[in-house]
Design a binder for this molecule. Structure first.
Ligand code: HEC
Ligand code: HEC
Length: 333
C-alpha cells in the first residue's frame, strides 16, 4: 500500500473512532438531563400554602432558644444554601464538627445528613431545632412558642386543619418548602438540550474527563450528580461517618456523595470543609485517597494532569444555574 493510501486509511479510521466518541459523549449527556417536576411524597403532598408556611418557619429565629438562629443561618441562600465557613457555628457560637451541606435539590434525596442518619426531610427537620449545639429548643417548647403567635395559629389551621401546630406539622411544612428549592437551569442543561454554544470547549472536555478517565460519574451520577450512596473516599480524619450508625466495617469513614449542582457557589468542600477551592477537591482524586480496608473499591488512582483538573473545574462551573432571587418572608406576629 502506498504512503498516501495508508494515510487515507488511517484518517478514515480516526474519523470513525472520533465519531464513535462523539456519539458516546452525546449518549452520556442524556443521563444528566433535568427532571420535569419535583417529587413530593404522598404522605406530605405539596400545596402552595404549606410551602409558604414552611418558608416562614425556615427563616424564623423564634425556633431557636435564643431567638437568634434560623435554618437559614446555616443554610443561607447567599452561600448556595449552606454557609461559607469550614464547619458550622451553632447555638452559643459552638463550633460543629461538620460542614453545613446545601439543601438545594433535597426533594430528590433519599437519606439526609452526611452520614444518612435521617430517612426523610420531615424526620431531618426536627433534629436541628432540638440539637443543643444548633437551635437548642425542645420541640414542645417550639410548639408552645408558635401557639403564642396568632397568625401562626391561623396559618397552621388553614394548612393542617384540626391538627394545628405540632412537631409533625412544623416538620411537614418545612420539608415542603425545602423541596421547592431546586437549582436553576444551568449552561450545562442548555448544552444537554442541544445548544452547542452553551458551554466552552474546555468545559466539554472536562465533561468527557469527568465521565471518562476521571471515573467521577461512577458516584456523581444522574441529573443531580449523586447516587445517594455512602463511600469512604480516603480522606484523613477522625470522623468515622456512617460506621457510627451501622457498625458495618465497609461504612467506616463513609459519607454521602454530595450533589455537584451549583457547586461553584459552595466552597469550602467535603464533610469537614477541608478544601478551600474546587481544584483542591478534584486533585484529591488523583492519589485515590488513603488505602485502607474501608476505601471504596470505586476509588483508584486516576491519572489527571493539571490541565485535566482545570477542564473538570470548568465543567463543574457550568453546573451553576440561574436561580430565582429569594425574597425574605414576612414573619407572622
Ligand atoms: C448551626 C447550623 C445549622 C442550623 C441552624 C441548621 N442546620 Fe441543617 N445542617 C447543618 C449541618 C452542619 C448539617 C450536616 C450535619 C451532619 O451531617 O452531621 C446539616 C444538615 C441538614 C440537612 C441534610 C442535607 C443533606 O443533604 O443530607 C438538611 C435538609 C438540613 N440540615 C435542614 C435544616 C433545617 C430545616 C433547619 C432548621 C429547622 C436546619 N437545617 C438548621 C447545620 C445547620
Ligand atoms: C467512590 C465515589 C466517588 C467518586 C468516584 C468520586 N466522588 Fe466526589 N465525592 C464522593 C463523596 C462520598 C464525597 C463526600 C466525601 C466527604 O465529604 O467525606 C465527594 C465529594 C466531592 C466534592 C465536594 C462536594 C461538596 O459539596 O463538598 C467534589 C467537588 C467532588 N466530589 C468531585 C468529584 C470529582 C471531580 C470526581 C472524579 C475525579 C469525583 N468526585 C469522584 C464520592 C465520589
Amino acid at each position: 500500500m502506498s504512503g498516501t493510501k495508508l494515510f487515507r486509511l488511517f484518517s478514515f479510521i480516526i474519523i470513525i473512532c472520533s465519531t464513535i466518541n462523539v456519539v458516546e459523549a452525546n449518549d452520556l449527556k442524556e443521563d444528566f438531563s433535568r427532571p420535569q417536576s419535583i417529587p413530593f411524597p404522598a404522605s406530605n403532598p405539596y400545596t402552595v400554602e404549606k410551602a409558604a408556611l414552611g418558608k416562614m418557619l425556615f427563616f424564623d429565629p423564634r425556633l431557636s432558644r435564643n431567638r437568634n438562629m434560623s435554618c437559614a443561618t446555616c443554610h443561607n441562600p447567599s452561600f448556595g444554601w449552606e454557609d461559607a465557613t469550614q464547619t458550622a457555628t451553632g447555638s452559643q457560637n459552638t463550633r460543629l464538627d461538620r460542614h453545613s451541606p446545601t439543601i438545594i435539590n433535597a426533594a430528590w434525596g433519599e437519606r439526609f445528613f452526611w452520614d444518612g442518619r435521617a430517612g426523610s426531610l420531615e424526620e431531618q427537620a426536627k433534629g436541628p431545632i432540638e440539637s443543643d449545639v444548633e437551635m437548642n429548643l425542645p420541640l414542645e417548647e417550639a410548639v408552645a412558642r408558635l401557639k403564642q403567635v396568632p397568625r401562626y395559629n391561623d396559618w397552621f389551621s388553614r394548612v393542617f386543619g384540626s391538627e394545628g401546630i405540632s412537631g409533625d406539622t412544623i416538620a411537614k411544612a418545612i420539608a415542603t418548602y425545602e423541596r421547592t428549592i431546586v437549582s436553576g437551569q444551568a449552561p450545562f442543561d442548555r448544552w444537554v438540550n442541544g445548544d452547542e454554544q452553551a458551554i466552552s470547549n474546555v468545559a466539554k472536555r472536562g465533561f468527557d474527563t469527568f465521565v471518562g478517565k476521571g471515573k467521577c460519574a461512577s458516584c456523581h451520577t444522574g441529573w443531580n450528580f449523586t447516587d445517594q450512596k455512602f463511600y469512604d473516599i480516603g480522606l484523613s480524619g477522625e470522623d468515622e461517618g456512617r460506621y457510627v450508625l451501622t457498625d458495618k466495617p465497609t461504612d467506616k469513614f463513609a459519607f454521602k456523595t454530595p450533589s455537584l449542582r451549583n457547586i461553584g457557589q459552595r466552597a469550602p468542600y467535603m464533610h469537614d470543609g477541608r478544601f478551600k477551592d474546587l481544584k483542591s477537591a478534584i486533585r484529591h482524586y488523583v492519589s485515590g485517597g488513603i488505602s485502607r480496608a474501608s476505601l471504596s473499591e470505586k476509588m483508584m488512582p486516576v491519572v489527571l494532569t493539571e490541565s485535566d483538573i482545570s477542564d473538570i473545574e470548568q465543567f463543574l462551573l457550568s453546573l451553576t444555574g440561574t436561580d430565582s432571587a429569594v425574597s425574605l418572608p414576612l414573619l407572622p406576629y
